[in-house]
Design a protein around this ligand. Structure first.
Ligand code: UTP
Length: 508
């Protein structure tokens, strides 16, 4: 991105000319009536918006590239997939060792997607600050940071140079979440949280005990909101209405915010990216990193098994010979319910997208201008705005009146060859429990399901380690990520009983 220009009359005139030639000059309608401070603030905001790009995105969204007449969808080829459910123990072991070795050499980084506004959950604070009701009162951010601390410890134990076993955590925020996220990480109180949650956070360490220099909070971009004619909407006389550019904004933000430069300096070669709302995310998962690194792919993705033909999840598959994500609404019923000819008890298309990715650093670093070419899907929303013709604010919006363009982080999969992509199936109960909705009777993907899933997993781990849980909480129990990263259960044919590998589990 070009460095910011000085707020001078000449620069304002040049900027205005750029917007006018793109047919977006109305954003300056009230400029002359603004105070000097407001003028500068509008100038600063508009400078970050390239009106030609904004128009191009609009065109792109209106006229997405046409699908070929005969779209062919197939499951990904077996060569590009593996499943933790039926992988050979020696493969799991090898990937795990390789992943730990790469972490031990300081070659692995983690990106957290935490720029969403969590509208469905309805929390005023960032989702990562949410307390899902565990007895420790840990927030999602804390749980995830502790997993990084633990995996660093496990990698250091095997590493030659122990001090290299560090996993930098790049936390992608957005305009609405950045300041609150920074405060939360520094242990400052947030007005948006309850006293109880603030007190719980106040007891922990800043950055959840991670080395501050390994936590980099950065910000994704925004895109203006458009009216139905493609004109940029104003939020008030001196401000354009904007919204985060979707989790697909990650690729541009990695370039614009210096994240790739930082990774390059550190010698990062492998990157794990995941969503903040998944309380079970195995952050910097050595098995997944080892699997992906061994396959030498550009991108790999974790999936869980689709529950049934009607579950509304996106599917990872091959579309016209390339990896892709197809939404459930795009697939007909016959395709959705087709069974796998080799395994008639499971669906043919069962790889449910959980937005949990591996990237080779080289791939991210070479994306160049393609970061601007992700197709932005259209979301019609109710957007409070400032009516330019009537010169008045309109806040009482009863039906969608404008459009937000949000890019999806997986929309670049289709740019890859099948050989550059891999897919790793994991167990839902061990790795995926998203926090999307507020608690309500019968609600799914809510604080209650997140809490229950963590505690049920804790109980499984304790039992796998040989303990008996008696008279306990019927939901299970919470195992601190600082104690255990995972419990690997590897059946070994040459032993009379299944052997539990407990090397990470030291709770009893
Ligand atoms: P969701 O699409 O579920 O959005 O994000 P959300 O903001 O969490 O929730 P709603 O839709 O407003 O209720 C999936 C992941 O992508 C991240 C979120 O933080 C979450 O980890 N995300 C989403 C971003 O990082 N940036 C965005 O602009 C949108």
């Amino acid at each position: 991105m070009a460095p910011p220009e000085q707020f001078t009359e000449a620069n304002v005139a040049a900027l205005k000319a750029r917007f006018e030639s793109a047919g977006q000059g109305h954003v300056f309608t009230f400029y002359n009536s603004l105070s000097d401070v407001e003028k500068e603030s509008l100038f600063t905001q508009l400078q970050k918006i390239d009106p030609a790009r904004i128009n191009k995105l609009w065109e792109f969204a209106q006229n997405p590239p046409k699908e070929p007449e005969n779209t062919v969808v197939e499951p990904l080829p077996e060569s590009a997939t593996a499943s933790i459910l039926d992988s050979k123990p020696e493969d799991l072991e090898r990937w795990n060792n390789l992943g730990l070795e790469l972490i031990g050499k300081g070659e692995v980084a983690v990106i957290l997607l935490a720029g969403g506004q969590g509208t469905r959950l309805g929390s005023k604070a960032p989702k990562g600050a949410y307390n899902i009701g565990l007895s420790s009162k840990k927030s999602l951010f804390q749980i995830q940071a502790e997993r990084i601390l633990k995996v660093q410890e496990l990698a250091a134990a095997k590493a030659q140079n122990k001090s290299k076993a560090q996993v930098p955590w790049y936390v992608m925020t957005s305009g609405p979440t950045r300041a609150m996220t920074e405060k939360f990480f520094k242990k400052e109180r947030l007005a948006e949280l309850s006293d109880e949650d603030n007190d719980a956070r106040a007891q922990g360490k800043p950055y959840f005990g991670m080395d501050e220099k390994n936590v980099k909070i950065f910000e994704q971009g925004v895109l203006p909101c458009y009216d139905f004619n493609g004109k940029i909407m104003l939020a008030n006389k001196g401000e354009v209405a904007v919204a985060p550019d979707g989790n697909g904004g990650i690729y541009k933000a990695l370039q614009d915010e210096g994240v790739l430069d930082d990774m390059r300096k550190r010698g990062i070669k492998h990157v794990h990216a995941y969503c903040v709302d998944n309380c079970l995310a195995k952050v910097a998962d050595p098995v997944f990193i080892g699997f992906s690194a061994e396959k030498q792919v550009k991108i790999a993705t974790k999936v869980v098994r689709k529950r049934n033909a009607t579950e509304s999840v996106g599917l990872i598959l091959s579309k016209n010979g390339r990896p892709d994500v197809v939404e459930y609404s795009e697939i007909d019923q016959a395709t959705a319910s087709a069974v796998d000819p080799k395994h008639p008890d499971v669906l043919k298309f069962r790889a449910a997208n959980i937005v949990n990715h591996y990237y080779s650093f080289e791939y991210l670093d070479n994306m160049g201008d393609s970061v601007n070419a992700l197709p932005p899907p259209i979301a019609k929303k109710k957007i409070p705005y400032f009516d330019v013709d009537k010169a008045e604010a309109v806040t009482n919006i009863t039906k969608p009146n404008g459009i937000k363009l949000e890019q999806f982080v997986f929309d670049n999969f289709k740019w890859l060859e099948l050989s550059e992509f891999a897919c790793f199936e994991v167990k839902r109960e061990d790795e995926f429990s998203p926090l999307k909705n507020a608690d309500a009777p019968g609600a799914q993907d809510c604080p209650t399901t997140s809490r229950k899933d963590i505690k049920a997993q804790g109980k499984r781990w304790v039992e796998a380690a040989g303990a008996t849980v008696k008279n306990g909480d019927e939901e299970g129990l919470e195992v601190s990520p600082l104690t255990s990263y995972v419990s690997i259960h590897i059946p070994t044919p040459h032993l009379p009983h299944q052997m539990h590998i407990k090397r990470y589990l030291t709770i009893i």
